[in-house]
Design a protein around this ligand. Sequence first.
Ligand code: ATP
Ligand code: MG
Length: 432
Amino acid sequence: MLSMRQSKLFTKTKKEVPSDEISRNADLLIRGGFIHKEMAGVYSFLPLGLRVVNKISNIIRDEMDSIGGQEVKMTVLQDPEPWQKSGRWSDKVIDVWFKTSLKNGSELGLGNTHEEAVTRLLTEYISSYKDLPCSIYQIQVKLRNETRAKSGILRGREFLMKDMYSFSKDKNEHEIIFEKIKESYKNIFKKIGIGHLTYLTFASGGAFSKYSYEFQSISSVGEDTIYLDREKGIAINKEVLNDEVLSDLGITRENLIEEKGIEVGNIFTLGSRFSEPLNLNYTDEKGEKKPVFMGCYGMGPTRLMGTLVEIFSDDKGIIWPENVAPFQVHLLALGNSEAVFLEAEKVFEKLSSQLNATGDKKIEVLFDDRKNLSAGEKFSEADLLGIPNRVVISERSLKASTDFLGLELKKRNEEKGKIVSLQELIDILLGA
Ligand code: ATP
Ligand code: MG
């Protein structure tokens, strides 16, 4: 993504948020101009916010691709037919349905999940054991009529979900894929910066497996209660905590710590729950017809973004982890001196044409080139926006060293800055 001048950014930071907004993530994200609240549980993503959510989505996409996932984009408008076959069209079965209708009166659903659609789609392409296994995913809008939508982008009525579906010949083949996905989920959380706070959590399963698994990030605003075994690095959802689970996992109650968790992802064995009613079958090596064995794997990019804000923020604003920050560097030119602004232009030019540490893209810089703003105003906006490296150019910084033109580098998560030269700054940013 490209570097940018703050003078051109159409969004501005705000002092006020809508009075009905009570969540911390939405408060900071709205004040920073990352998102805009349309109504309860419904948020637009603005340039800064979109950069973050795209980075999160791309990290997820890379991992899904690396385990052989094939990306698609299915439709938001849903034909009721496969849902009627699976028994999930009724609002009593799925209580978050949004539905609409055509002019001729026939009903349509608005996608809240895609098991039915993807299963029906695959009946057109899978017929033999030679077509299996395969995994299909999308990163797409989901619509759900959530009753509680008070947690900002942690629980939207319109939100982004990555949903992957796997199709296997049998349980054995399924389990190999399942384990791979488990690992790829751990990689994603590590890359996003919450690996150390996110636990594989045992939850109740279904007809085809004893357990399902959630990935829960520890946070006081989490809606789930989980019990952590820190030594083993796993957790159990309160709803499934019983003696049988404890003995399955070799865990004693004394080792468990109660925590609140945000469910950032989950993985589920579906077996033939959808393939049977929707006739997704294949012929095996012996010519026998069998239902395809399925799994589904959800993750919420927008919920993840909210989780990061809840976890990584202080009284001044957000502190983005490096990999998902909207920009790597926030360059601030202070004061009104011509010389300072000239020098800042050069630094902006140089930094934003420099390849980043992995050599695959340019260093991304947000350049606060606005004139007639006080240093205090610029600093407090920079703290709110939370870009990990703040670089200040001022009359003072330029004179701080007799050997070179000084820049003041300060990490968002550190108190003190230091004076560096442009070359030193580049080396630091590239991890040299
Ligand atoms: P929850 O129990 O929190 O309602 P869920 O069990 O309904 O979640 P799934 O339907 O399995 O969740 O969705 C997969 C993933 O999508 C979740 O793990 C979460 O990361 C994300 N997600 C689900 N509902 C929402 C929502 N309303 N807003 C934002 N993200 C969501
Ligand atoms: Mg739900």
